[in-house]
Design a protein around this ligand. Sequence first.
Ligand code: PXP
Length: 250
Amino acid sequence: MTARLNVNIDHVATVRQARRAPEPSLVAAAMICEQAGADGITVHLRGDRRHIQDADLYVLRQSLTTYLNLEMAATQEMLKIALDVKPDAVSLVAETPHELTTEGGLNVRDNLETVRDAVNHLREGGIIPSLFIDPDARQIEAAHEVGAEQIELCTAEYAESTLGARAVHGEGAERAAHELQRLRESATLATQYGLRVAAGHGLTYRNVGSLAAINEITEFNIGHNIIARAVLTGLYEAVREMREAIRARG
Ligand code: PXP
């Protein structure tokens, strides 16, 4: 079966927040993703609200016809919001204030009680609890112990290993093969524990294929590479339209 694709649209909100302007509309972006075949939309409500805002969640919840996956830290503040918005799924992530993006998986093993408590609240609220973790057997076992329904494997190391020419020859290729094997084994282990397996972070048009061949991975969450490509594929048309607007002179 083909894995689902949730498109992470945080970067659309980043552009909007750069001007605190109404455009680009997050809902319009989500609609385009759905029309293009996305199976869901992912957004990350960060503690510092640098891109997605609380109000976005409510509008998306009402507008989406597919699936809303909310990434957030396991804090009381975020849990309260999630239980009010009721996304289909919540991916609990590790979050540090000054990071550019999520830097790695949640350490479930060392935070069993906090994560278990958050997972229980989400379950009671009818929300699928997912944990964003590194491809590491200890973390997978811990995710099972705290009652998660799904894990999202952090693909950052794999993605890093496939960058540029490094993956083509020698060490780079070996590292990519090693990271891929780690993800494969982790996906198998998680499935044996009855966990659903998602994956994401740093995935690109070029490196997603090898992961998509792992049958146990049933969902991808991809943002940066899709939005980066959308900027380039849409720029020609956007300039052409502005040229026309000036030419039309009122
Ligand atoms: N999954 C999680 C848990 C993330 O934090 C992110 C980044 O927001 C992604 C997936 C998507 O990563 P990228 O934007 O690199 O595709």
